[in-house]
Design a protein around this ligand. Structure first.
Ligand code: ZN
Ligand code: ZN
Ligand code: FE
Length: 759
């Protein structure tokens, strides 16, 4: 035998611990008859491998190509080594070593292997609702501290039985070092209670829950990242009752179905959407409704989409396998408070909503809402980034110092940075109630701990009254950097696309505090990471009643109409003027004229609201962005022409709303259907922005356009504008990793702070 024997060292960084990586390497080495060892290190995984040269080539190739589903390799390096004459291949038990810089895996939906066992009568975990392995199961939500090891998780209360322990100790087993490993004999259990906290005696709580759901009951179900409130999605009465009790009048409710076939009964599922639905992250995916369908109207009223997802825990599978087309699975919370994660808390806070509680005794340490995504303009767009995605970092182009960015007010997230990684937190929520603020502080503490980050810089919004800004101001002995809201939006998109400035940044949303104290929201900014200049924006208009104008779009409509028509607007035969009545409208006009509680805004979000009101779609909203969303949903499919548009140029370009409003009113008076008005309005914006970008390109020589801000959740605008800009030969960048809405702000803040401190 003259086979050449060589040795090599392999160093791997990324998410490679707690995801079955070492057993995978062990099996791979055995397959190619190679010797050596594999160990966890402080930064990832280390392999020494020796044997046949060609086999080593195969081995090295397979590491990247066949890695376990949860592993995420960020760096892999190969080095030649001296042959050490190892007799076998071993896994070095290195749990005593520091794993501080390694990455923690997100929670992962139950894998195919576990799912087969779950429904296999002969398997010892048949119908066990907590089945998991190294390829699946809870992670982020059960970790209290690092290193990621059973005693540091909420599984610490469960001592493994001999069978589970044997699996856990066997390097060749799928459950080798699977920290949440458990079975019926040794692991967590489900129990069913009524809402007086009386235990329901039943041999099968999940079976019983399904029966109750079929009878129309509302059940609080403890899941992975928090409680859901579940009802049969085909039962109109039950869904309506849930809405009433939860005080959630109109916002769409998420639904869950057993498999894609069942989802196809009520929604269109394209191939790429199916991939998203079945991905290990198992997000809620927005899918075009099929009409007619059997889902209760109250699930997603005045919306062309259903937010649907597949089961992601074994418990969900067991529940959904009992004959439902779909269950409503909406966050277990009251109004906009954080979702409930704790059993006692559930009985206290959800007892007015739920008839029964299906709970279990595996604690959730950190809540994580369901993530929401959609396919738009050829890419995955994240609307809410939480369970399944967090804490996978955004990998940055350059290394940055440790920074804590506090986010904005609505849809708050925080961001912590370490070297070339930015960890954006799970969705925290709207920081307007004490419970959400507590969760904000808890998330900061928790993420600092499990990511081992001591921030040297704190970044926060310019708005002095945001609770996140106040939190930042209270911190001591730390460098503080305030970041303008729309600047942060654009930089967040630049960071995830790994591009440098300057760029033409279109930053469109509902509201953000401007450097002049006005409420910005329709901004075109020449943006560098560390600075920006405001090259164009919508002309300022008063917002009568300030925050009240957000809840009541008719107030903005009056402001736009008064601006466009002056006193003549009284004569316009518009449904909104009749519906609101002369007296109330007059008060608005007075506020505008006397400049009382009518701050100036350049917000595009408000323009959407105003158009929705003028077009007779909605004068009051029940949730943020409702009017704008309904305006989008209503848009007809056919091309319908555009309205006149205009901007004035002085030191910057000011986009006038007047010609657009006049066009919309003219159509309304001629009885043109709102669906056509909506389409024309969208097309107008697309043409306007594309043309304005060309003017700015001539002035500045810039060819990169970056799109960010909550308005870009609008699929018609995003798709149309990307197309128009690309046809004009711009390089266009938009979000695919973090949300375009304020959920992405913290990432931008962190990047700006790093650049500002650096210069
Ligand atoms: Zn599994
Ligand atoms: Zn066991
Ligand atoms: Fe914003």
């Amino acid at each position: 035998m003259t086979e050449e024997c060589v040795a090599r060292r392999v160093e791997i960084n990324g998410i490679v611990q707690g995801v079955g990586f070492r057993p995978f390497v062990y099996k791979l080495a055995n397959r190619y008859n190679l010797k050596g060892k594999v160990a966890n290190t402080s930064s990832g995984v280390f392999i020494h491998i020796e044997g046949n040269k060609q086999h080593i080539e195969f081995f090295c190739r397979d590491i990247s190509e066949k890695k376990p589903p949860l592993a995420h390799i960020t760096e892999i390096d190969f080095f030649d080594e001296l042959v050490n004459n190892y007799q076998d291949f071993t896994i070095v038990d290195s749990r005593e070593q520091s794993v501080m810089t390694t990455l923690i895996s997100p929670d992962v939906s139950v894998c195919d292997d576990c799912r087969h066992e779950l429904f296999d009568l002969n398997d010892r975990r048949f119908q066990y609702p907590f089945i998991n392995c190294t390829n699946c199961g809870p992670r982020y939500t059960i970790i209290a501290d690092i290193p990621y090891d059973r005693p540091q998780t909420s599984m610490k209360h469960f001592k493994m039985c001999p069978l589970c322990q044997a699996e856990y100790d066997d390097p060749a087993n799928r459950r080798f070092h699977a920290q949440p490993n458990a079975c019926e004999d040794c692991g967590p259990h489900v129990r069913l209670f009524d809402n007086a906290r009386q235990k329901i005696t039943t041999p099968n709580p999940i079976e019983k829950t399904a029966t109750l759901l079929k009878q129309g009951c509302i059940i609080a179900v403890k899941g992975l990242g928090g409680f859901h409130l579940a009802v049969d999605a085909e039962n109109d009465d039950a869904v309506t009752r849930l809405r009433r009790r939860k005080h959630r009048e109109a916002k769409p409710l998420a639904i869950m179905s057993y498999d894609v076939e069942r989802i196809r009964k009520y929604a269109q599922v394209e191939q790429k959407e199916e991939k998203l639905l079945t991905s290990s992250q198992r997000p809620i995916v927005l899918l075009k409704k099929k009409e007619p369908n059997s889902i209760a109207k109250a699930v997603a009223p005045r919306n062309c989409y259903f937010g649907a997802m597949l089961p992601y825990t074994p418990l969900h599978y067991l529940l959904l396998s009992r004959g439902f087309t779909a269950l409503v699975m909406t966050s277990g919370n009251l109004r906009e408070e954080p979702i409930v994660i704790d059993n006692d808390d559930a009985f206290e806070r959800l007892s007015d909503i739920a008839d029964y509680f299906l709970i279990h005794n595996r604690d959730i340490y950190l809540r994580s809402d369901d993530s929401i995504v959609r396919k738009t303009a050829g890419a995955t767009r994240v609307i809410r980034r939480s369970r399944g995605y967090v804490p996978v970092p955004v990998f940055l182009k350059n290394k940055v110092p440790p920074i804590l960015a506090c986010g904005a007010e609505l849809k708050n997230t925080i961001c912590l940075t370490k070297a070339n990684k930015a960890f954006v937190s799970q969705h925290i929520g709207d920081l307007e109630n004490p419970a959400t603020y507590d969760f904000f502080e808890l998330t900061i503490r928790h993420m600092k701990l499990i990511l081992d980050i001591q921030p040297e810089i704190i970044a926060f919004d310019l708005h002095p009254d945001y609770l996140s800004s106040r939190y930042a101001q209270e911190q001591k002995d730390i460098k503080k950097v305030q970041v303008q809201h729309h600047h942060a939006h654009i930089v967040s998109a630049m960071a995830e696309n790994r591009i440098d400035g300057p760029v033409i940044g279109l930053s469109f949303d509902g509201a953000g505090y401007g450097t002049d104290g006005a409420i910005w929201g329709g901004e075109i900014l020449i943006t560098d990471i560390e600075k920006f200049s405001r090259t164009a924006h919508f002309a300022y208009l008063p917002m009568p009643g300030s925050a009240a104008a957000i809840k009541e779009p008719w107030r903005m409509a009056v402001s736009y109409l008064y601006d466009a028509f002056g006193e003549k607007f009284w004569d316009l035969d518009l449904p909104l003027l009749k519906a609101i009545g002369t007296n109330k409208v007059k008060i608005m006009v007075d506020m505008v004229n006397k400049k009382i509680n009518a701050p100036f805004t350049s917000s595009l979000g408000r323009l959407f609201d105003g158009i929705a009101s003028i077009a007779g779609i909605r004068n009051h909203v029940l949730f943020e962005g409702q009017a704008a969303m309904e305006l989008e949903m209503l848009a007809s499919d056919q091309v319908a022409g555009i309205y006149d548009y205009e901007w004035e140029t002085t030191d910057s370009h000011k986009i006038l709303t007047r010609p657009i409003i006049q066009g919309v009113v003219k159509d309304m008076l001629q009885g043109i259907h709102p669906s056509v008005i909506s389409r024309k309005f969208h097309q107008t914006l697309i043409r306007l922005f594309a043309e304005l970008c060309e003017v700015i390109r001539e002035e500045s020589g810039l060819n990169k356009v970056v799109l960010s801000g909550g308005v870009f959740q609008n699929s018609i605008l995003l798709t149309g504008l990307i197309k128009a800009l690309e046809e004009a030969k711009f390089n266009v960048y938009s979000h695919t990793l973090v949300p375009p809405n304020d959920g992405g702000i913290s990432l931008g803040q962190a990047m700006v702070a790093a650049a500002v401190v650096d210069t």
